[in-house]
Design a protein around this ligand. Structure first.
Ligand code: AZC
Length: 818
């Protein structure tokens, strides 16, 4: 079932688009214009399928999941859409014949960077899998004017540059003003009796904005299904009739105009961190309210009884960010649809499911009552009532147990606790890897697990092989298809068929040759973008992910400093040449990027080590260059402090591309090792039980390590003796202090970097020993690919469908098929 592709028609379509959009011929158009024209031609192919899919959903009145997320880290659309329409190679050929290079065209597209890291990218992978598996689904989020900032490195520091991704227009989106909704903020709640004597609540003297949806197509692989990602823009209510306002309203009109402008202006660039800003709560309520209004309107088109809404819709809450969904749904069902509390609660508690993505305390959302109730007065009343009823329940179940109430209440200590709200009102609570879910059940959410064990379940994360292998690593994808056929594209478990080839020396050579080609491609990228020459024959040891203390980029760079010391002391050290590659955006103010860059500067310019060690910080790490990086990696650094990384998904992308994991027993690493076997990864460091035990005991004494381990001491002293910052030897004093000294409430070496250092250095040695055994390495790398089947987001989505969403697969027919 593929798209019927007519090459000449496609070429004509591109030329026509250039004419209509820009009054230009192919020869006259610039690269961006060509990208736009090609995208419109591809969109044209998508359109029939998109229409057909939505018609089918309507006709069959399907049950639908709405994936509610503040973040969708989609990356580029053009290449992925062509891949999933199964016309990538055809279009490449057609463009070739027109004298156009598809790679160059793809490079014109800005990444849709509407997310920070793992949580946002997971949402994007899920949409891809939902469409590919043929499940009715919407993503709902925000059309930020500025997505994740662009990162430049100046003088070793990260500079954040605004990402004006919509500047040239977004060819794939469609504005749908006819489906706009009003969203209200502030004011007060007036209560009156209606003609039947029932209490009615209305919000008065509010400020409001109009939520205007833009639809983005989500193309399923080879199945005609095109789902929709709805991203909401905000427009002022009254731009066009300012004149009609009297003097009193003028001020309000301006306020509303500003509200609309500000609300979708920018994505908060925080990963695993809650900043508590008022505007953030506005963003959350804005897209939640609009999305629910849309779902209800859609439901009412084909259904008459709102009491059965939950039979057709399920909202998956991507972390607590959209948790206000439960209260907003209650509000609409009661205040606008006329249900009573019990009826509305019955619907809501069968509609909402919550995914937890982190146990990091600083990520827990808690809104001050004052802020919450001022911004959302009616919604707050409802949250209060949910809390009142829940606390009553707690008092019955745990009489006299004030501690339970303190920990479990939705409102406590002047704050609205969003996770508690999601758990109380949701019918499902899931973690994102086996270990993570266990920690939720046994530690973080223990009380809730005891009270509602039936709500808890695990859904180990996954990634889409369509983007991270088929598109990102075409050489390997073709090789795999040559060996085992192309079923893996829609069923990744088929990769296990590669196992019969792992001992075959010819296959090993082919496989390593592909890795080498991908390393050349990355080396070229690094040369062009970072101006650093790297040796494609060296080991590519890669850590790419958000910069965060718990992810321990610091451990990695301290180890590089140690290696450098070893190499200087012993120039004949018999180890392979290594390139340490970093890529990461940081929340503003985190200084570790500067350390990495300064270390890179010193090491890369030291002729004494003869190029055996290189360090590269790839600027502006994002989805599009990630695809190139994963394909080229030999070693995958997954070194978070055990218990802290809920799952990780980069770890899976590396594995799928044949890199060996060097990691802790954390998140999904545990399951990766289980799949690939302990011989084909290197595991080190404290276990999560050990970490948790130390934490409960108030930490450990890093001074002991400092005093007894000469190598560690040397490295630490180099942080404060100017070795890596001649002009300011104090530059890294903070880092040094944080590792050795308690500071107020903060434990020294909070993330057990020194504690794990030796084990980490040993793990590196072990990895290099493996690398020296060429055949053994090739076999391990191939086994990583062969055992990656479990980590497809297709598998994850099937589990969500089976256990939580209960959707039916849909078939979509289109008339132009082969
Ligand atoms: C991330 C987790 O840190 C990561 O381990 C996981 O793979 C990813 O979600 C997808 O589940 N969590 C977040 O980004 N969380 C927040 C609140 O930002």
């Amino acid at each position: 079932m593929g798209v019927k592709f007519d090459k000449d028609e496609f070429k004509k379509s591109v030329a026509d688009n250039l004419k209509v959009l820009y009054r230009k011929t192919v020869d006259e158009a610039d690269k961006q214009q060509i990208f736009q024209a090609v995208s419109y031609s591809v969109k044209d192919i998508i359109m029939d399928r998109w229409l057909a899919t939505q018609k089918t959903y309507e006709k069959e009145d399907v049950r639908t999941v709405v994936y509610m997320s503040m973040e969708f880290l989609m990356g580029r659309a053009l290449g992925n859409n062509m891949i999933n329409l199964t016309v990538y190679k055809d279009i490449k050929e057609a463009l070739d014949e027109m004298g156009l290079d598809l790679n160059v065209i793809e490079d014109q597209e800005p990444d849709a960077a509407l997310g920070n890291g793992g949580l946002g990218r997971l949402a994007a992978c899920f949409l891809d899998s939902l469409a590919t598996l043929g499940y009715p689904a919407y993503g709902c989020g925000i059309r930020y004017r500025y997505g994740m900032f662009k990162q430049q490195i100046k003088d070793g520091y990260q500079i954040e540059v605004p990402d004006n991704w919509l500047k040239d227009g977004n060819p794939f989106e469609i504005k749908r003003p006819e489906y706009s909704y009003e969203v209200k903020f502030g004011g007060y709640v007036r209560c009156y009796k209606d003609e039947d004597g029932r209490d009615k609540f209305v919000q008065e003297d509010y400020r409001s904005v109009i939520a205007v949806p833009y639809d983005m197509p989500v193309v399923g692989y080879g199945n005609n299904v095109v789902n929709t990602l709805i991203i909401w823009d905000a427009e002022p209510v009254n731009t066009f009739n300012l004149e009609s306002f009297n003097k009193g309203d003028y001020h309000k009109a301006i306020e509303q105009e500003n509200l609309a402008k500000n609300i979708v202006e920018v994505l908060y660039p925080n990963d695993n961190h809650y900043a508590g800003k008022e505007l953030r709560l506005k963003q959350q309520y804005f897209f939640v309210s609009a999305s629910i209004q849309r779902a209800i309107a859609k439901y009412k088109k084909t259904n008459s009884d709102i009491r059965k809404f939950h039979e057709k819709y399920v909202f998956q809450l991507n972390d607590t960010h959209p948790t206000v969904t439960v209260a907003e749904l209650m509000r609409i069902l009661m205040d606008e649809e006329g249900l009573n509390w019990e009826e509305a609660w019955e619907v809501t508690t069968h509609c909402c499911a919550y995914t937890n993505h982190t146990i990091m305390a600083e990520a827990l959302e808690k809104w001050p009552i004052e802020l919450f109730s001022r911004l959302l007065p009616r919604v707050y009343q409802i949250v209060e009532e949910i809390n009142r009823r829940f606390v009553e329940e707690l008092k019955v179940k745990y009489p006299g147990n004030q501690d339970k109430i303190r920990k479990m209440a939705v409102i406590y200590d002047g704050q609205v606790k969003m996770a508690n709200l999601a758990i109380v009102a949701g019918f499902s609570v899931n973690g994102v890897a086996k270990l993570h879910t266990e920690i939720l059940e046994k530690q973080e959410l223990k009380d809730f697990y005891e009270m509602f064990p039936e709500k808890f379940n695990n859904k180990t994360n996954g990634i889409t092989q369509r983007r991270f292998l088929l598109h990102g690593n075409p050489l390997l994808a073709d090789w795999i298809t040559g060996k085992i056929g192309d079923d893996w594209i829609t069923d990744l478990s088929h990769l296990s068929r590669l196992k019969v080839y792992v001992d075959d020396e010819k296959c090993q050579r082919e496989f390593m040759q592909i890795k080498y080609q991908n390393k050349l491609r990355l080396a070229k990228y690094i040369k062009e973008n970072n101006g650093v020459e790297v040796d494609p024959r060296s080991v590519f040891d890669v850590q790419v992910k958000r910069l965060h203390e718990y992810k321990r980029q610091l451990l990695n760079i301290l180890h590089v400093m140690y290696l450098y010391n070893q190499l200087k002391a012993n120039p004949d050290l018999d180890i392979p040449a290594q390139t340490f590659i970093f890529g990461a955006k940081a929340a503003a103010g985190y200084k570790i990027a500067k350390l990495i860059n300064n270390v890179a500067d010193v090491i890369n310019n030291d002729p004494a080590i003869k190029g055996r060690l290189k360090v590269v910080f790839i600027e502006n790490y994002r989805v599009s260059n990630a695809e190139i990086i994963f394909a080229a990696a030999d070693v995958s650094e997954q070194i978070s402090t055990a218990s802290k990384e809920a799952s990780g998904t980069g770890n899976m992308k590396f594995m799928l591309n044949g890199a060996l994991t060097l990691g802790t027993m954390d998140g999904a690493n545990v399951e990766i090792v289980q799949e690939v076997g302990e011989d084909n990864a290197v595991i080190f460091g404290l276990t999560s039980d050990e970490v948790i035990r130390y934490e409960n005991e108030g930490g450990y004494d890093p001074m002991e390590i400092f005093n007894n381990d000469q190598d560690v001491r040397t490295v630490l002293m180099q942080l404060i003796n100017g070795e890596y910052c001649r002009e300011n030897p104090e530059m890294f004093r903070d880092i040094y202090n944080s590792l050795l000294h308690n500071d107020g409430g903060r434990r020294a070496d909070t993330y057990f970097i020194l504690k794990d250092f030796r084990a980490y250095a040993d793990a590196h040695r072990k990895m290099l020993d493996k690398y020296k055994d060429e055949k053994g390495w090739a076999k391990s790398a191939m086994l990583n690919v062969a055992c990656a089947g479990k980590f497809s987001s297709d598998r994850t989505i099937e589990e969500y469908v089976r256990d939580i969403w209960k959707l039916d697969k849909v078939k979509v027919e289109v008339s132009d098929e082969d």
